[in-house]
Unconditional design. Sequence first.
Length: 124
Amino acid sequence: MKLHLLQHKSLEETQDDFNRAYPFLRIEFMKRSEPGGARRILKGSMPMTAVGLKSDGEVELHDAMTVGELENAFFTQFGLSVQLSRRSGNLWLETIMTNSWTLKQQNEHGRELTEHISPKIRGS
């Protein structure tokens, strides 16, 4: 799958495009407030230019790609900082400790956790 990064698209639209391929993963875009400063997550309807996208392009996504490879691709191709999170029931957990897992592994684990946890939450 190719994830199209377009300057006029909103962050939400780009995230939705990613979620169509990986519904149990969430991609978050971050921006540093200053060089070496803390990163903050950007959300909502702001355009991709708000995270620093300077030109339209695409990132090739495939099931065997690791989280680390995905994050690196965004940074090397576009200078964008992204963080992936995996769904676990009603929570989203950062994938920092599992950056070597593939997108397929992450998504399947998110599916398993959510399907295992969600029925218990509803039954409470």
